[in-house]
Design a protein around this ligand. Structure first.
Ligand code: IPE
Ligand code: IPE
Ligand code: MG
Length: 257
């Protein structure tokens, strides 16, 4: 339906720049984590193969990285592949394992130029060699950048991360490097892959699913959750700002009053 003329270009609809301007600089979440979900359904809706959705999702990764950096977010963690995603058909898994190369092949120079540092959490050693190569190169080429950290959760699982931490702790106790009375929450966190990243302040999940799917289980104890029905390839800067504006209205009490 064609909108009547008086609804067109409504002056009350703020532009991206106006919205960014209004974000309170002193209350920007330091660490934002995103479960990028819905690529398959986005593709299905268009009668395209699922991998077309994954491909489209790459452009959104770039867009959101740029706006997150602009907003002075310190860490952006993107859930790209879970330890459970190996259950998918071989062809899809193969495609997903090629995405880091494809993404970084196109966008790494821009990330370097924007002073973004690429990092990864997850089981690196079980990735195919070509995926490891691409991720290693990106981490290496950006290691001296001191701007935003773009952290990919790749072959990541929260339970497996906690289990590795426990194993590391037991090993250090057996070696006499750590005593049990030294072990507190802070020390435990230092054994997690996120030890230098801190806990997420805000979690965004796209595609209407209301669950964590094994993402940062320990770290999300006090994270603010924000969900949207938008599929990841349809997610954009305006959606991201919706999440941020809502975050800024929340009262985080951490158990206090
Ligand atoms: C998210 O989209 C990407 C990954 C999990 C790798 P999905 O592939 O899960 O898309 P849906 O949820 O099936 O629509
Ligand atoms: C979570 O999405 C993992 C990533 C986005 C990488 P899934 O699509 O795998 O989650 P479930 O299976 O719907 O819980
Ligand atoms: Mg999914």
């Amino acid at each position: 339906m064609v909108k009547p003329f008086f609804f067109r270009n409504h002056p009350a609809v703020p532009s991206l720049e106006e919205r960014i301007e209004k974000i309170k600089k002193e209350n920007v979440p330091a660490h934002v984590a995103i479960i990028m979900d819905g690529n398959g359904r986005w593709a299905k809706k268009r009668s395209l193969p699922r991998v077309a959705g994954h491909h489209e999702g790459m452009k959104v990764v770039r867009k959101i990285t740029i706006i997150a950096d602009k907003l002075n977010i310190k860490v952006l963690t993107l859930y790209a592949f879970s330890t459970e995603n190996w259950k998918r058909p071989k062809k899809e898994v193969e495609y997903l394992m090629k995405l880091p190369e494809e993404f970084l092949g196109i966008y790494l120079p821009e990330l370097v130029e924007k002073n973004v540092r690429v990092q990864m959490i997850g089981d690196f050693d079980s990735l195919p060699p070509h995926t490891r190569r691409a991720v290693r190169k990106a981490m290496e080429d950006t290691k001296d950048n001191d701007g935003m950290i773009l952290n990919f959760a790749l072959n990541y699982g929260g339970r497996s991360e906690i289990l590795s931490a426990v194993k590391g702790i037991v090993r250090d106790v057996n070696l006499g490097k750590l005593s049990l009375d030294q072990l507190d929450e802070e020390r435990f966190s230092s054994y997690l892959m996120t030890h230098q990243l801190g806990d997420p302040d805000l979690l965004i999940r796209t595609s209407g699913e209301l669950r964590l799917s094994n993402f940062m289980l320990w770290q999300m104890a006090y994270t603010e959750f924000w969900f949207t029905d938008a599929y990841w390839p349809d997610f954009d800067e305006h959606c991201f700002l919706d999440a941020l504006e809502e975050y800024q209205k929340r009262s985080r009490r951490f158990g206090g009053i």
